[in-house]
Design a protein around this ligand. Structure first.
Ligand code: ADP
Ligand code: MG
Length: 697
């Protein structure tokens, strides 16, 4: 596409635009503010706001909004017009510095997990100047963080920004120990690969489960699924490729560089990968990407499903969170370097990751916990619920050699001494053979593959940054003032490997043996969201967050409540939707079909020609018994939804949803799916899996 460079970033108030439109001293002051993360001076804010307004109006914008990421996991905005009436009856276009840097959306309608009870209902949004403003739907959007008046974070962005700052601080300490005096800032970089399904809009609109819940709550397996692997990397259907081109263009305008798009394993499943950027921009961009996927799909008569498991029995969708840390001078700290000293530094960062992932397996698991992702983790298509990490055979040999102080393969059988020897380069080829690992080293970054497709990546990156920063802090404390730096470094890395190598697993994570092996290693296997969540408020985790000022204990506890509540609400909506569909559509359809069969049977008998009526009789019998069974399940599920109201505490309530309501839902589905296989298509109320998955041409 020839005009890519022209449209790229055309709707973003980026540095280039700032430079063009701001007076030199304002631009310099703003840049300093952004780099140092300080708050903006009011007089500068006024100038910036005015330039932004003029630019936005030229681009057709009429409104502005603070764009933020509340705990709902999606983005929120409250539009206000630039138009401002004057006393003399005329109007001007107005946007002040005050409106740019601070907004006051009513916080009371967003989940706060009890923070509301203790603090004021009002909240405020504050401009996150590290993420550029942009135009969407004729509205100037200002990326913001969202807090209560007591200063508590009410969103996903505030903790992410706090964690990035923390990692910056601790990583810099390490760099200084290695004699780096030039790096001013260390950034977390993230590139999230996004999976999604595209289905036909007409089909979608016929299914209330897809409309209300984003996933099919009923549906028998089609004769053909994904077993032939003929969709993976296959040629794109015309409609899909038109959608992708259109989506690319929209993303480019917002400065989001979508690089590769291809078919995934399941029919109708696809993937998009952007080029990586800093963690908070990547998070903003991923939210925008998900939003645009849905919107652009609509233009093409398609619906984009971002649910982790829209169709039981076919692969679900995830998001691979590629994560690394790099300096402001572009040095990737998770890349083995060229000199022994760079390699020693790499190994120290690697050791921090190994220790962090081992000590905080629970937090990584929690960062991807949701009702939707429960269907996916451990279902032999995505990593299991057990957190482990993959480093590959070559790097493993190096780690083994360090631990035992013995000869080492890739080092040509010399004894490995940190700070003395150069490491081999680990290319992607030798490091990315394992696609089953939840957390894989892929040459110069880690790929966290447990994240669900609909989830905000703010959560997992907040966790990753925090735990790695904590380990770096401990390392820096130990190395600071060591008499013999090299000896201390050697000991530290060796000890870390010995103590935490149980978290490394280079084998097949999908196998049964691994589940047993992981258990014998003492690794956690938190199978469901409700099992995982209580770990969030374990003392060691509260300590971690409070000490590092990522969450206060109150914030953390409120988040625990929000997550439990969200789980319960999700299952509740699904159960109600199932009941609605079963009672109003499935049961009546089965009865109508039985009536038709009975009628046929009766007519045959009345004709008295000795025609065989065994098929009708048999079908009526089977359908009638299954229908009775379905009716029975409906009663049980309804009763369970009454029982669940008895619980006043969120944890036992969530447990009941998981152990009773969800189990009944699955039983009910099994009966309905069996009926789908028996009832004539014209009588079945919904398009089936086959139509949903194979109808887009
Ligand atoms: P592929 O998985 O297609 O072979 P890559 O490994 O190059 O391709 O990239 C996968 C994703 O990882 C992309 O979104 C890319 O931008 C991202 N990525 C690459 N390097 C880094 C890095 N240093 N930090 C964060 N993300 C990265
Ligand atoms: Mg990948």
């Amino acid at each position: 596409m020839s005009n890519v460079t022209e449209i790229f970033g055309s709707l973003v108030f980026n540095e280039q635009v700032m430079k063009q439109r701001l007076p030199a001293e304002t631009f310099a002051a703003l840049k300093r503010t952004i780099e140092e993360g300080r708050s903006l001076d009011r007089s500068i804010a006024n100038v910036v706001a005015n330039a932004m307004k003029d630019w936005a109006i030229e681009k057709g914008a009429t409104h502005f909004t603070h764009w933020f990421q509340p705990m709902t996991g999606i983005t929120a905005e409250k539009h206000e017009g630039f138009l401002c009436p004057q006393d003399d009856g005329s109007a001007i276009m107005h946007f002040s510095g005050k409106e740019l840097i601070r907004g006051e959306p009513d916080a009371s309608s967003f989940p706060s997990g009890g923070l509301r009870a203790t603090f004021e209902a009002r909240g405020y949004t504050a401009w996150d100047a590290t993420s550029f403003a942009f135009i969407k739907d004729k509205t100037l959007c200002i990326p913001t963080a969202f807090c209560s008046y007591g200063g508590e974070a009410l969103d996903k962005k505030t903790p992410l920004l706090r964690s990035m700052e923390l990692l910056n601080k601790q990583a810099l300490r390490i760099l200084r120990l290695f004699g780096d005096t030039q790096t001013i800032k260390v950034n977390t970089t993230v590139g999230p690969e996004q999976e999604y399904f595209l289905i036909d809009k007409e089909m979608y609109e016929k299914r209330r489960d897809l409309i209300y819940c984003g996933r099919a709550l009923f549906g028998a397996k089609p004769p053909k699924g994904q077993e032939l692997d003929d969709h993976y990397f296959g040629s794109l259907k015309d409609r899909v490729s038109e959608f992708m081109h259109d989506l690319d263009k929209e993303l480019w305008k917002l400065g989001i560089f979508a690089k590769t798009e291809h078919n995934e394993v399941a029919p109708a499943q696809h993937e998009l990968a952007p080029v990586f950027t800093t963690a908070n921009i990547a998070t903003d961009h991923n939210q925008l990407t998900m939003e645009l996927m849905r919107k652009v799909a609509g233009r093409h008569g398609l619906v984009c499903l971002l649910h982790e498991k829209p169709f039981a029995g076919v692969n679900g969708s995830g998001k691979h969170n590629n994560w690394s840390i790099s300096t402001d001078r572009g040095v990737n700290l998770l890349e083995p370097g060229d000199s022994p000293s760079e390699n020693a530094q790499f190994l120290l960062f690697l050791a921090a990751v190994i220790k962090g992932v081992d000590e905080y397996q629970d937090l990584l698991r929690i960062s991807v916990a949701s009702a939707g992702n429960d269907h996916r983790l451990g279902a032999n298509e995505a990593p299991p619920a057990i957190v482990s990490m993959f480093v590959g055979d070559d790097l493993m040999e190096v780690l083994d050699a360090i631990e035992t102080g013995s000869a080492c393969g890739p080092m040509n059988k010399v004894e490995m001494r940190i700070g003395v020897h150069t490491l081999p380069r680990f290319t992607r080829d030798t490091t990315d053979r394992n696609r089953t690992s939840p957390f894989a080293f892929t040459g110069n970054k880690f790929e966290f593959r447990m994240v669900g497709s609909s989830q905000s990546i703010a959560d997992c990156n907040t966790m990753l940054n925090t735990i790695i920063a904590e380990e770096l802090r401990q390392f820096a404390d130990q190395l600071d003032g060591a008499e013999d730096f090299e000896a201390a470094l050697n000991d530290l890395i060796r000890k870390t490997i010995t103590d935490h190598k149980r978290i490394i697993f280079n084998g097949n994570n999908y196998s049964e043996e691994w589940v047993e092996e992981a258990q014998s290693r003492g690794l956690l296997n938190l199978k469901s969201t409700v099992e995982a969540l209580p770990y969030l408020i374990k003392e060691k985790n509260i300590d971690l967050f409070v000490k590092n000022k990522i969450f206060t204990e109150t914030e953390l506890r409120s988040r625990y409540e929000i997550l439990l509540e969200k789980y319960a609400k999700t299952i509740n909506i699904e159960a109600l939707t199932m009941l609605d569909m079963a009672k109003k559509d499935i049961l009546p359809s089965c009865m109508r079909y039985q009536e038709f069969l009975a009628h046929t049977l009766l007519e045959k008998r009345q004709l008295n020609l000795g025609l065989s009526d065994g098929a009708e009789e048999d079908l009526i019998g089977r359908i009638s018994s299954l229908t009775g069974c379905l009716y029975n399940k409906i009663g049980l599920l309804e009763a369970a939804l009454l029982d669940v109201k008895e619980y006043t505490q969120s944890k036992p309530q969530a447990d009941f949803y998981r152990d009773t309501v969800f189990v009944l839902m699955q039983e009910m589905r099994a009966v309905a799916d069996e009926l789908e296989g028996l009832v004539a298509k014209e009588y079945w109320p919904y398009p089936g899996y086959g139509e949903l998955l194979f109808s887009v041409q």
